[in-house]
Design a binder for this molecule. Structure first.
Ligand code: HEM
Length: 410
């Protein structure tokens, strides 16, 4: 146990990051809605029970943009954080107007426009290509490898770049920029944001001149019934959101999922006997070791009671997804990985992809990639074994991310 209700959780706590599974158990049981600190150091209520997390994420009175709340210094705090991270003023709009940062009709408009380009047809049609990409990556592996850098990372970045329409030659650059954009090292994020924004504006200009069969071209074409086109800033912001949201998260699902199955050979055996269980297994892996530990910060736009605690207008809330997914009120034996576990009722049954209006836009793609990646990996290398007994976790706040996963393939 790494945090105590008396001090309150802090998402930057290295001990919490190093203990990605159990760190919230005591908080959830003893002080399920408790004041801690958010990544920028300001006070935030940590909400840790399943029902309360869903209540927060499903309640329009909790908003993603501090601008939407009255009487708060959250905007000032946010601007201060950007300054600290080296993001200059001209790039702030790209950081604050993404689909995940806006509320109400602004969000409805963006979600509708991107949903038109991000269609089920496009995702389903991509499956054979995802299989090909996975097979090609596995062809290149032998002996002892780090699964994170050699497989888990290259797969989703290739898929998302291909989907969006980022040329093959530029993908390594995007991988670097993506990693830097998550870095808390001084200056790294600012530089990465500047590079990604400039690159994407140029790419949009190219697609305007020469349309292609990709999501970027669809976005350029996308108009709602009122002829409400995306502005260039919004389009760039959307592309950045898709690439950054769809890259490391999925890589971490593949990495965490591989580790989970390698350390639970009985579960892997069940999947070998009953391969039709793979989609169920991926859903359970999302619950048991899903990569996103905590939802984006929410702000109360009015006084709202959650789990018996009044959260006052203007106060910030951290919905702890990883804790909700381990809540014994929602699951029998939540600590047990069970690839046959089926969600009760409709939907995922877990909150690893969030809940409510900001529910992950890329969930179907992520599940498809997770399934194809893990299944191809374990089919190709049935005798694969871990090389290290203990794994190292990367210090990325809010993310359950392995620094590496050394394995012996045969
Ligand atoms: C939203 C998780 C993959 C695009 C979210 C949210 C979560 C999440 C938890 C909601 C955050 C909140 O409400 O604060 C994940 C996980 C993934 C994954 C665990 C992989 C295993 C992807 C992929 C894409 C994507 C592949 C795109 C290609 C998005 C977008 C949103 C989002 C655009 C914002 C939706 C909105 O605000 O309406 N994701 N995601 N994600 N995700 Fe994902």
């Amino acid at each position: 146990m790494t945090t105590t209700p008396s001090t309150g959780p802090n998402i930057l706590d290295p001990a919490l990051i190093a203990d990605p599974r159990g760190g919230f158990d005591l908080v959830r049981e003893e002080a399920p809605v408790v004041l801690g600190r958010s990544a920028d150091g300001t006070p935030a209520w940590y909400v840790t029970r399943y029902d309360d997390v869903r209540a927060v994420l499903g309640d329009p009175r909790f908003v993603n943009s501090p601008v939407s709340t009255a009487g708060t210094d959250a905007v000032a705090n946010r601007d201060q954080m950007f300054e600290m991270l080296g993001i200059s003023r001209e790039f702030v709009p790209y950081m604050t107007s993404s689909i995940l940062d806006v509320d109400g009709i602004d969000h409805v408009r963006l979600r509708k426009l991107v949903s038109r380009a991000f269609t089920v047809r496009r995702i389903n049609a991509l499956r054979p290509r995802v299989e090909e990409i996975a097979a090609a990556l596995l062809d290149g592996l032998d002996g002892s490898v780090d699964l994170i850098s050699e497989f888990a990372y290259p797969l989703p970045i290739t898929v998302i770049c291909e989907l969006v329409g980022i040329p093959e030659a530029d993908r390594p650059l995007w991988r670097e920029m993506g990693a830097a954009s998550n870095s808390i090292a001084p200056g790294a994020m600012g530089t990465a944001v500047r590079q990604m924004v400039t690159y994407t504006h140029d790419l949009i200009d190219q697609r305007r001149a020469q349309p292609a069969d990709d999501l970027l071209t669809d976005l350029i074409r996308a108009q709602d019934e009122d002829g409400d086109q995306l502005s260039d800033v919004e389009m760039v912001t959307m592309v950045l959101a898709l690439v950054t949201a769809g890259h490391e998260t999925t890589a971490n699902l593949i990495g965490n999922g591989a580790l989970a199955l390698l350390t639970h050979p009985d579960q892997l055996e069940t999947l070998r006997r009953e391969p039709e269980l793979w989609p169920t297994a991926v859903n359970e892996l999302m619950r048991w070791c899903g990569p996103v530990q905590i939802a984006q910060l929410r702000y109360a736009s009015a006084d709202v009671e959650v789990g018996g605690q009044v959260i006052a207008a203007g106060e910030a809330v951290q919905a702890v997804l990883v804790s909700a997914n381990q809540d014994p009120r929602a699951y029998d034996e939540p600590e047990r990985l069970d690839v046959t576990r089926r969600p009760a009722g409709r939907g995922d049954g877990h909150v690893g992809f969030g809940h409510g209006i900001h529910y992950c836009l890329g969930a179907a793609l992520a599940k498809q990639e997770g399934e194809v990646a893990l299944r191809s990996l374990f089919d190709r290398f049935p005798a694969m074994a871990l090389e290290a007994a203990e794994q190292t976790w990367a210090a990325v706040p809010g993310m359950r991310q392995l620094a590496s996963l050394p394995v012996k393939l045969r």
